[in-house]
Design a protein around this ligand. Sequence first.
Ligand code: PLP
Length: 468
Amino acid sequence: MLYQTDGNAPTRTNGASAEAIREWDNAHFMHPWESMGNGDANRVIAAGGQGIYLFDPQGRRYIDGPGGMWNVQIGYGRAEMGQAIAEQATRLAYHSPWAFASEPSAVLAQKLAAMAPGDLNSVFFTTGGSSAVDSALRFAQFYNNLRGLPEKKLILARDKGYHGSTYLSASVSGKERGKGFLDTEQRLVRFLPNVNPYTRPDGMSAEAWCDLRVADVEQAILEAGADKVAAFIAEPILASGGVIVPPPGYHQRTLEICRRYDVLYISDEVVTAFGRLGHWFASEDVFGIVPDIITSAKGLTSGYLPLGAMILSDRLLNDITSDDREHIMFSNGYTYSGHPVCCAAALKNIEIFEREGLLEHVRSVTPHFQARLREMAKFEIVGDARGMGLIGCIEGAAAPGISGANRLAIDTEFGARVDAKCEAMGLIVRPMINMCVFSPPLIITEPQIDEMFDILETAVAQVQNEMM
Ligand code: PLP
């Protein structure tokens, strides 16, 4: 069953045939995390988007389950966004962020400072999430150098965390698959164990699990020596690692430990900010913490243009600022820091959020989304169905009686098989080994949530029949 459009689908290409696009893409576009296998990837060609839907050149309609890459918050096809971008590009496409200030970046910085918790008032614009994380880590190093603590450089990060693809941000990422054949800077980082409550031993309470995972942070600091540890970097929910929601109380208690040992807390909100959990930022509003640094990107522009931000607390800047330091610079920056057109897109995005009450909308549809998500656990092949806000994950797990090749297949192929079945029925999900994750555009309605989960249920039932 493929959804056919009414003929008005935004599927026009610029003239190239679908076959040519596929051929050139296979031959010349090296995609992120490109496989070194010899086969052609033959990806679905995205030709247009409208609301929560993507369309291929044949007009087939797909619900965009992952909302792009957790980022297309306001949905596709917003003409006013296109206009805002065109207007800014025509008025002033670019200026050096070293030499000039301009309205879009100044207004946006002031808005982000107002939205961010506590005294996080200084915004350093970047080109995306990786460069925001990179800048945060470089700032932590800079901060301790200026405080006369050049030995205090270690970063604590977590197994299953994902923070990006620059050398620094990849070095603090804990996804096994990301480490395989690429070098990272191991001397800089200490990894803490997986915090996923689903992996706790049978019979252990969530509280006892939380105690253990919180203790990991303190133990790592004590083992390395507090004088050696600069920062702890943590996603409020570990998104790419499989939508891992740490146990209740974890965030506050780990922040307290960081404060006790003079360790900066970097909250990587590249996924959780901009409405995913029903708030501008989740750190304080959802998890009750005011970190020292927040990194943000993705939903900041709803994916219409690339932009990231590293938001710093006043306290940190006050610690290292003085009259006689005029010559000392945070010499980190990008040609496109505060790009006027990207900032104009972020401002239009915020305007749309506010006008349409999108944060409130997310909070109102979340119970339905989460209820449908949890219902997926009724399938024997689904070991866990977890999430928060408009973000969810189902994890495949073989029932105890299943062994051998079938068990291995469930552990390695569940995600890909569910993905293939969903795609054939008009739903994109993001497969990750034995998991599928989804984070649809925030404008999704309850009937559309049902449409999405109805397809997912059919797909999982079919996969279960095949594999168990
Ligand atoms: N941090 C988190 C939590 C992410 O999920 C990602 C990307 O998925 C990044 C950082 C990197 O962002 P980008 O891909 O925009 O560089």
